[in-house]
Design a protein around this ligand. Structure first.
Ligand code: ZN
Length: 193
C-alpha cells in the first residue's frame, strides 16, 4: 500500500467532472491506497479526484462502517437540512458552515462491483454529499456560508492565522504561495454549469 498525494485547492483536477468507472478499471490496490490515505490524513471521506484521479470513486468511514463506492449517486434526500462546519483535505486548515440534507440514499457499486444502496444520516449524510460533490468539480466552499469561512485551530497553513476569519481571495493567495509556488495553470473557480 502507498500513501497518495492529496492535491490542494487550485489544482485543475478538483474542478473537473470525473468520468464514470468501468468494472475492468477497478484496482484493489488503488482502493486500499485511497483508504490508507484517508485514514492517515484523518479524513472521514476521500474522492478519487483529490488524489488527481478524475474518476467516480469515493471512500468514506465513520470508524464503524467503511464505504467504497464506485459511480455513487444520490437517489433521494430528506426535505430537512442541517448546517455544520465542514472542512476538506484539499483545503487544509480551513472550515466553513455548509447546509446539507439530513438524510440521503446513495446507490453505486461496491469494491466487488455489487450494487449497493446506503441510507445515511447525520455526519455520514454530510460526508456522502461532500464527496459526491467532488466528482462533479464542486467544493464545499461553493455551498458554504462564506461569512463563516475561517482558518481552523490547527496551524496547518500559518499559526498566526489560527481561528481567524478569511475570504476566498485570501485563501487563494495563501494557497498559491504555499501549495502551488511553481504552477501557472491554477483553477480556483468552477468554470462550468
Ligand atoms: Zn473534500
Amino acid at each position: 500500500m502507498a500513501l497518495l498525494h492529496v492535491i490542494k485547492y487550485g489544482h485543475p483536477t478538483l474542478r473537473m467532472v470525473a468520468a464514470p468507472y468501468e468494472r475492468e478499471e477497478v484496482e484493489e490496490e488503488f482502493i486500499n491506497d485511497m483508504l490508507e490515505t484517508m485514514y492517515t490524513e484523518d479524513g472521514v471521506g476521500l474522492a478519487a479526484p483529490q488524489v488527481n484521479v478524475s474518476k467516480r470513486l469515493i471512500v468514506c468511514s465513520d470508524r464503524e462502517n467503511e464505504y467504497v463506492i464506485f459511480n455513487p449517486k444520490i437517489i433521494a434526500t430528506s426535505e430537512n437540512t442541517q448546517s455544520d462546519m465542514e472542512g476538506c483535505l484539499s483545503l487544509p486548515g480551513l472550515h466553513a458552515n455548509v447546509g446539507r440534507y439530513d438524510k440521503v440514499i446513495v446507490v453505486g457499486k461496491d469494491a466487488e462491483w455489487r450494487d449497493i444502496e446506503v441510507k445515511a444520516s447525520g455526519l455520514m449524510a454530510v460526508v456522502f454529499q461532500h464527496e459526491i460533490d467532488h466528482l462533479n468539480g464542486t467544493l464545499y466552499i461553493d455551498r458554504a456560508d462564506l461569512a463563516t469561512l475561517a482558518w481552523t485551530d490547527a496551524a496547518v497553513v500559518d499559526p498566526a492565522l489560527r481561528e481567524q476569519p478569511t475570504t476566498i481571495e485570501m485563501v487563494q493567495q495563501i494557497y498559491r504561495q504555499k501549495y502551488h509556488p511553481n504552477s501557472h495553470a491554477l483553477v480556483f473557480e468552477k468554470n462550468f454549469t
